[in-house]
Design a binder for this molecule. Structure first.
Ligand code: HPA
Length: 292
């Protein structure tokens, strides 16, 4: 990373202070809405909405299906902040920019981050419309040296060499599995490994086969950088992938994935996803201090 891309602690603080001066709401939970999943923010009650273009220091979202608003409000009696529209590496943002909101959330007092994304499946048993609880990730940009944590470490946020072996909170994963069983949707819920690729292109057949052999269950173009930064600064993390398509793994398969069909599947499952996340938010503090 170029040092000119690095963001000073003051810059995060200034954005957080501005938001704190604009709203009395003090969120405990942040929800990052993936492609086509912006309706999660629409479910918040007593909303206070800030278009990204109005927030000092905030990056701007450029993707169709991503609204570009920060929505504060109540979900099941808990104060939340939702990113309706996230930032991707393929938009040309530096990784510091794509993860900028996460550190702002930390400074707002958020304790838990829920990330959602649209993803293609490699696992043979997954189908379009299934939901995957993210158990772990493979961060391909990170493995090749592209990390939002590159450059001088900001010790006020976290350590130079953060561990990543238990990032996705075990208790929250268990809780969502329980909730899914109670809701009768466990038959299309899985746990699995998410891989982030840079995009914006979808995968070649050879890449899909490689990911499959590596044990990746679902692939997408986001999430890992935000999770990395959230975990670095001590936030509790939970992640869901909505499987919008099966990744083509055969040269004989004439299907190809399109962004519009990703949005269509997202719309189809939006209600279930919202119910799962609402219940999670409602019950996440049942057994307090379950950080693992
Ligand atoms: N590949 C990468 N990203 C995606 C896909 C995919 O097949 N589907 C939705 N996001």
């Amino acid at each position: 990373m170029h040092s000119k891309d690095q963001i000073s602690h003051d810059a995060y603080q200034q954005t957080a202070d501005w938001l704190l001066s604009q709203t009395k709401l003090r969120p405990q939970v942040a929800i990052i809405c993936g492609s086509g999943l912006g309706m999660l923010a629409d479910a918040l009650k007593c909303q206070e909405v800030f278009p990204y273009s109005d927030i000092p220091g905030f990056p701007q979202s450029t993707v169709h299906g991503h609204a570009g608003r920060l929505v504060f409000g109540e979900l099941k009696g808990k104060t939340c902040v939702c990113m309706q529209g996230r930032f991707h590496m393929y938009e040309g943002h530096s990784l510091c920019k794509t993860t900028f909101p996460v550190r702002v959330f930390k400074l707002l007092g958020v304790e838990t981050v829920i990330v959602t994304n649209a993803a293609g499946s490699l696992a043979d048993s997954f189908h379009a419309g299934d939901i995957m609880i993210i158990k772990d990730h493979v961060n391909f940009p990170g493995l090749s040296g592209l990390s939002p944590l590159s450059g001088a470490n900001d010790d006020k946020f976290g350590p130079r060499f953060p561990p990543m072996s238990s990032v996705y909170d075990r208790e929250l994963r268990r809780l969502v599995l329980d909730i899914a069983k109670q809701m009768g949707v466990a038959h299309f819920l899985h746990e699995g490994v998410y891989a982030m690729v840079g995009g914006p292109n979808f995968e070649t057949v050879a890449e899909a086969r490689l990911l499959h052999r590596l044990g990746v269950d679902a692939v997408g173009m986001s999430t890992a950088p935000e999770v990395l930064v959230a975990s670095h600064c001590g936030l509790r993390v939970f992640g869901l992938s909505l499987i919008t398509n099966k990744v083509v793994k055969s040269y004989d398969d004439s299907q190809s994935v399109k962004h519009d069909s990703v949005l269509e599947v997202a719309a189809l499952r939006s209600h279930t996803l919202l119910q799962l996340i609402s219940e999670l938010v409602s019950r996440m503090d049942e057994n307090n201090n379950t950080h693992t």
